[in-house]
Design a protein around this ligand. Structure first.
Ligand SMILES: Nc1ncnc2c1ncn2[C@@H]1O[C@H](COP(=O)(O)OP(=O)(O)OP(=O)(O)O)[C@@H](O)[C@H]1O
Ligand SMILES: [Mg+2]
Length: 374
């Protein structure tokens, strides 16, 4: 769908922003460009819609050399979202979204109706349609920016650090919204970010750029984390890469230990020797809390015992990821994460050491797997 073939961009002052980039982006895929500041991410992206022309090499969209396509026509098929949302301050939200369709000849009334529908699509209340951009939060503005880019129904969406100016909580909402949108729309998305976690969460493929605009690695997130191509990529991903990789592993292979849960009524009759002797307590058939010797004593004294040992944080759905399994084990006072089936019934417990063992096996086999695709 989009390809770079030995593309170099040199600016008149001699700066090489992109150096011999070769990259193929599949139709309907989500690709992230990551890398430190000044490594050519934005320049590469802008060569797709011809806001910047390559010095040498060829950029193709849909198989065609972009230089052979009329720039205005090309951009019509490509939505563009930038960090500040880039909304026009003196136009209401609805008209911001409807701008491009109106320019393309759609009647204002029809374009406005479609714009209001798009608000819902990006998770906004339709009542926001009549506000001005300054009357929205940063996250809401960003969503309007996405709606505006989608208004002309482009096949390609370019997003340049669209979520970097909002706080982490809003950012996570926007990322989740993006995942949902992409599962519905299947656009070809190129997404620039500094944030490797964001890249790994959203993208099917991640391109890591290094100094001088040189591509260092282009791979699936799993492959990138499991087998960084060189020291630069390993350094960029950071020491947490093992933990990040956990979210791609399946927890189904982790050894399960038997749990013998009790119901609340049994607590008083329980004989536990030590405070590290834990039993899981069920309420209405579902995991409710853990109790140890101290907890049993507290219960006998009529004191509330569940404050400090809720099972909620230590639950792991069978079929979840290794990261969830590890979180469950680590947050459980007994060291055993509670494994539940799809109906919420307890089926056993998982230990952190077993999770890490499976992780190591999966990591080794993913590194040994030959590269597939481009
Ligand atoms: N018009 C220009 N003239 C000269 N140099 C430029 C121009 N635009 C960008 N550059 C240089 O090209 C290099 C790549 O810039 P680019 O904007 O693509 O980086 P980036 O990876 O998007 O960085 P950031 O993460 O900071 O946005 C930088 O060294 C930048 O200074
Ligand atoms: Mg940039």
């Amino acid at each position: 769908m989009i390809s770079f073939e030995s593309v170099t961009k040199r600016f008149p002052d001699g700066t090489t922003a992109v150096d011999d980039l070769t990259l193929a982006i599949e139709e309907g895929s989500f690709t992230a460009f990551v890398g430190p500041s000044g490594c050519g991410k934005t320049t590469s992206m802008r060569m797709i819609n011809r806001m910047i022309d390559a010095t040498t090499g060829v950029v193709r969209v849909g198989g065609e050399d972009v230089r052979a396509i009329n720039a205005v026509g090309l951009r019509r098929g490509i939505g563009y979202v930038i960090q500040s949302a880039g909304l026009m301050p003196h136009q209401r939200v609805v008209d911001n979204i409807a701008t491009v369709p109106v320019l393309q000849g759609v009647s204002r009334k029809k374009a406005r109706l479609a714009a209001v529908e798009l608000l819902e699509r990006v998770g906004l209340d339709q009542r926001l349609a009549t506000r001005y951009p300054a009357q929205l939060s940063g996250g809401q503005q960003q969503r309007v920016g996405v709606a505006r880019a989608l208004a002309a129904d482009p096949k390609i969406l370019l997003m340049d650090e669209p979520f970097s100016a909002v706080d982490p909580v809003v950012r996570e909402d926007l990322q989740n919204e993006m995942l949902r949108l992409q599962s519905e729309l299947r656009k070809t998305i190129v997404f620039v970010t500094h944030d490797i976690d964001e890249a790994v969460k959203l993208a099917d493929r991640v391109a890591v750029f290094g100094a001088g605009g040189r591509l260092q690695q282009y791979d699936t997130p799993e492959k990138l984390l499991a087998a960084p191509a060189n020291d630069f990529v390993a350094g960029f991903i950071g020491r947490d890469r093992g933990y990040r990789l956990l979210q791609f592993g399946s927890g189904t292979q982790v050894r399960m230990h038997p749990l013998e849960p009790i119901v609340e009524e049994q607590i008083d009759g329980l004989a536990l020797d030590a405070d590290d002797d834990w039993r899981l307590v069920l309420r209405d058939g579902e995991p409710f809390g853990w109790v140890d010797a101290g907890g049993v004593a507290a219960h006998r004294d009529g004191r509330d015992l569940y404050d400090s040992c809720s099972a909620g944080g230590s639950l792991f759905n069978r079929g979840g990821t290794l990261r969830q399994a590890l979180d469950a084990a680590l947050s459980s006072p007994s060291g055993l994460g509670v494994v539940v089936d799809a109906d919420g019934r307890v089926v056993g417990g998982v230990r952190a050491a077993d999770v890490l063992e499976v992780f190591e096996q999966q990591r080794r086999s993913s590194v040994e797997q030959p590269e597939t695709g481009s």
